[in-house]
Design a protein around this ligand. Structure first.
Ligand code: GDP
Length: 408
């Protein structure tokens, strides 16, 4: 990985049953790392690889997998969805640069989705909303958007409208492109056809586009002026504002789909690339001197500076303990000695892996911004900072950074 602007560290957040596992599986399918198609509750979902999860059919622990979409790399961090496992969720949230919040279109925001959402907000995680299950009886996209606005106090901006609902949910209209995307499920992933907006939805699409442009213009003085003067506003101008507002957690672009029926997930992935931040756009975390916590440093996403990394997850498999780590600053090389500044211990990193849903690839080094798994650590626990033995820095994982105010 050389171009960090083309990396997305994202998670899929949802309360149990909203469809997080199904969405994750579709994402992994389309990002090319797996071709298994499985119903989630028969235990074959690819990320649910721990026995406990397989037997219960819910995702209770996090792992990370690398995949790619449209020449971008993505680390997909599996955030657990069960409300009883909040500490686990929070640990995973800390390492995300952005997330997709999944909702059930027939329920809108439920009590549990509120909990998950608030956790994301606590860590200033920029968020897209995916209103899933548009094929389900009772699916209601307007009710879902309204509940996101009212119950979550969020700023949902509808980037699409669904074509039909329940059994007649066929696809989505992209309100930037003003084109209709129709999906036809096949055994190996849905076929997509891009067409003109059907006659009966033209008026609705125009109205929703108008709403979208107005909501975006409200966030930017320059655009508002143009909007009021009825001047032409280009899609590029609109997208730029959506990106800035989303990265700053002030806007939540909304997408629709049915992961089960294989509809809408690819447009959602386009949204992830377009609007969620790269590690370079994520606000700098504070580092502390472990001997004097009053002394602070700005930890920067720069591979040339001394190493600062966070161990956020440990899993156990037949090869032993596997540590999931996010590098915030510097470069970590395999076969090196690091310092665990949380415990004041020296540790060895013997091997580094890039994890995929179903295999792992050995890496020589990992640079700032990336997420990887490694073996060799003995005394490290989740939440510990790993750093250069000559430059002890402790990550401030309690006071998480505020979102950036403006982006270039
Ligand atoms: P999780 O608990 O959030 O991981 O949810 P799952 O992905 O396991 O899905 C919960 C249930 O909802 C399962 O029975 C899925 O088959 C079903 N489901 C998931 N996505 C959809 C969808 O788009 N439409 C419908 N109708 N059902 C879905």
């Amino acid at each position: 990985m050389s171009d960090l602007s083309k990396l997305r560290n994202i998670g899929i957040m949802a309360h149990i049953d909203a469809g997080k596992t199904t969405v994750t599986e579709r994402v992994l399918f389309y990002t090319g790392r797996t071709y298994k198609i499985g119903e989630t509750h028969d235990g074959t979902a690819v990320m649910d690889y721990m026995e406990d999860e397989q037997s219960r059919g819910i995702t209770i622990t996090s792992a990370a997998t690398k995949c790619s979409w449209d020449n971008y790399d993505m680390n997909l961090i599996d955030t657990p969805g069960h409300v009883d496992f909040t500490a686990e969720v929070e640990r995973a949230l800390r390492v995300l640069d952005g997330a997709v919040a999944v909702f059930d279109a027939s329920e809108g925001v439920q009590a549990q989705s509120e909990t998950v959402w608030r956790q994301g907000q606590k860590y200033n995680v920029p968020c897209l909303c995916f209103i899933n299950k548009m094929d389900k009886i009772g699916a209601d996209f307007e009710m879902s958007i309204k509940s996101i606005k009212e119950k979550l106090d969020a700023n949902p901006v509808t980037m699409q409208i669904p074509i039909g609902a329940e059994n007649n949910f066929d696809g989505v209209i992209d309100l930037m492109e003003m084109k209709a995307y129709y999906y036809t499920p096949t055994k190996v992933g849905a076929d997509v056809e891009v067409k003109d907006i059907p006659e009966h939805l033209k008026e609705a699409a125009d109205q929703w586009r108008h709403n979208m442009v107005e909501s975006i213009a409200e966030c930017d003085e320059g655009l508002m002026e143009k909007y009021l003067m009825e001047e032409e506003i280009s899609n590029d101008e609109l997208k730029k504002v959506v990106r800035v507002e989303t990265v700053n957690c002030r806007m939540h672009p909304v997408y629709f789909g049915s992961a089960l029926k294989d509809k809408g997930v690819r447009k959602l992935l386009d949204g992830v690339i377009e609007y969620l931040p790269s590690p370079l756009e994520t606000p700098a975390i504070t580092g502390l001197n472990p001997k004097d916590e009053e002394e602070t440093y700005r930890v920067e996403c720069d591979p040339k500076k001394p190493l600062v990394a966070l161990a956020f997850k440990i899993t156990h498999d037949k090869h032993g303990d596997l540590y999931f780590v996010r590098v915030y600053q510097g470069t970590l090389k395999s076969g090196t000695r690091v310092m665990n500044s949380t415990r004041d211990k020296r540790e060895n990193i013997t091997r580094i892996f890039e994890m995929h849903a179903d295999d792992r690839k050995i890496r020589d080094e990992v640079r700032a911004g990336d997420i990887f798994a490694c073996v060799g650590l003995k005394e490290t626990l989740t939440g510990d900072t790993l750093c250069d033995t000559n430059a002890p820095i402790l990550l401030d994982t309690i006071n998480f950074p505020e979102p950036v105010i403006s982006m270039s």
